[in-house]
Design a protein around this ligand. Structure first.
Ligand code: FIX
Ligand code: ZN
Length: 413
């Protein structure tokens, strides 16, 4: 039942005051310099906005890509904020960010917004954004296959403890023949054959990178047609390298399921789509590997109920996030309520997937509001059944949902 205004206000106060641990982003430790994106131009050229702006653009795709970032940002601002109301979730996000920073987006133009951001000190701005978002830690997505990122890890740097690492291995699992060449160049004795020598070298690679970056978990995003067991490189590598590595290092494996990469390649990063996954693959992984821990999020709305039911059957499975195309108020509310009703607080309702630092502010502001409403409604139902919750109990729920249950699942309380 919908919570009354006073219960809702209590839960909102508690949820807003509880720091969140953001378990999946595309942000970087500030030591990576320009890899950590921030500011108005980056907010505007976010790939979510690029695909929305192309709903209005008439220009050829290449004209957009050939223009510099400032021009792209101006075109997007004009199409989505000037010529139309910014009512989509990603457009509203930019408005929420500006508002939280004390900027009225309706006063002044893009030039004045740029002037404001240009005046910010990057280090102080990181503190300010994390403070406004009430985010205690940010998990990065760290790929040894990323040529811009890898040198930073190889050289080493003083870590910002708020930015924790996750080992991303899409190219290893989804493009094995090319990954073999890269691993060879880095000194791993792989040939590409599916044999134990190759599996053990891949495990050595995973172990080296796990130690180098102190990876909290290992992760991959998978296409909608991912199958397991299967006669595929990915299935073989998961079974013979990733899962043994996970058992040896006590490391969870995160599967982000259901992305159809490059449905429209002309849109580049904005061109990925969604497909319904076969969660039988995840069921098999969880059932056959009780000593491994799995984190999972699904991109397709149609997979959400099945994922929650699977988590009721397998305690080695932890659902997380409302990912990308499900990160809209309506779907967040639907998915979060369903998870609360079927799993209690033993899941992680949200991750931001932020690519631009400032987005933490809107992603967490919007998500917290919905989470508070869903949680308040559960406590209203509970009260109607005869159990009145205390503030301390609601605060415990909030801590679990905003990172506590995740840490427990990973064994890192
Ligand atoms: O695979 C992923 O981690 C996805 O989140 C990204 O590839 C995607 O581009 C994104 O930013 C979604 O929010
Ligand atoms: Zn992501």
């Amino acid at each position: 039942m919908p919570a009354d205004a006073s219960l809702l206000a209590r839960v909102e106060r508690i949820v807003n005051a509880t720091p969140a641990h953001d378990i999946h982003t595309h942000l970087y430790d500030p030591s990576f310099g320009s890899l950590l994106l921030w500011g108005i131009d980056e907010l505007l050229v976010y790939h979510y906005l690029v695909s929305e702006a192309f709903r209005h653009f008439r220009m050829p795709y290449e004209s957009f890509w050939n223009a510099g970032k400032p021009t792209q940002a101006e075109w997007i601002w004009d199409a989505l904020f000037v010529r139309h109301s910014p009512i989509s979730e990603s457009c509203r996000g930019v408005v929420t960010v500006l508002n939280a920073l004390g900027i009225d987006p309706r006063k002044g133009d893009l030039a004045s917004l740029r002037g404001w951001f240009a005046g910010q000190d990057p280090a102080a701005y990181v503190d300010r954004v994390l403070g406004l978002a009430n985010v205690a830690s940010v998990c990065m997505t760290n790929s040894p296959f990323d040529d811009e990122e890898r040198p930073g890890w190889e050289t080493g740097f003083v870590r910002d403890p708020r930015f924790v690492a996750a080992l991303r291995i899409d190219p290893l699992l989804l493009a094995w023949p090319s990954a073999v060449k890269r691993l060879q160049a880095w000194g791993y004795r792989v040939t590409g054959e599916r044999n134990s020598a190759n599996a053990s070298e891949v495990r050595r690679f995973l172990a080296d990178w796990t130690r180098r970056i102190d990876a909290r978990y290992c992760m991959v995003s998978l296409p909608d047609d991912f199958a397991f067991p299967a006669e595929s490189d990915a299935a073989w590598l998961i079974e013979h390298a990733v899962l043994p590595h996970g058992r040896e290092h006590g490391q969870a494996f995160a599967l982000m399921m259901g992305v159809k990469r490059a449905v429209n390649p002309a849109l580049r990063l904005a061109g990925d789509g969604v497909g319904r996954s076969n969660l039988g693959a995840l069921q098999h992984l969880c059932a056959a590997n009780p000593d491994n821990r799995f984190l999972a999020t699904c991109l397709s709305r149609e997979n959400q109920h099945e994922l929650v039911v699977l988590a009721r059957k397998f305690r080695n499975l932890h659902p997380f996030g409302c990912w990308w195309f499900t990160n809209t108020p309506q779907f967040i509310a639907e998915i979060t309520s369903m998870r609360l009703e079927l799993l209690g607080t033993s899941f992680t309702p949200q991750h931001s997937d932020a690519r631009v630092l400032d987005q933490l502010v809107y992603k967490w502001n919007h998500s917290r509001g919905i989470l508070a409403r869903c949680l308040a409604d559960r406590h209203a139902d509970l009260a109607a059944s005869g159990w009145t919750s205390t503030d301390a109990e609601i605060a415990r729920d909030a801590r679990e949902l905003l990172g506590g249950a995740f840490a427990t699942f990973l064994g890192r309380e």
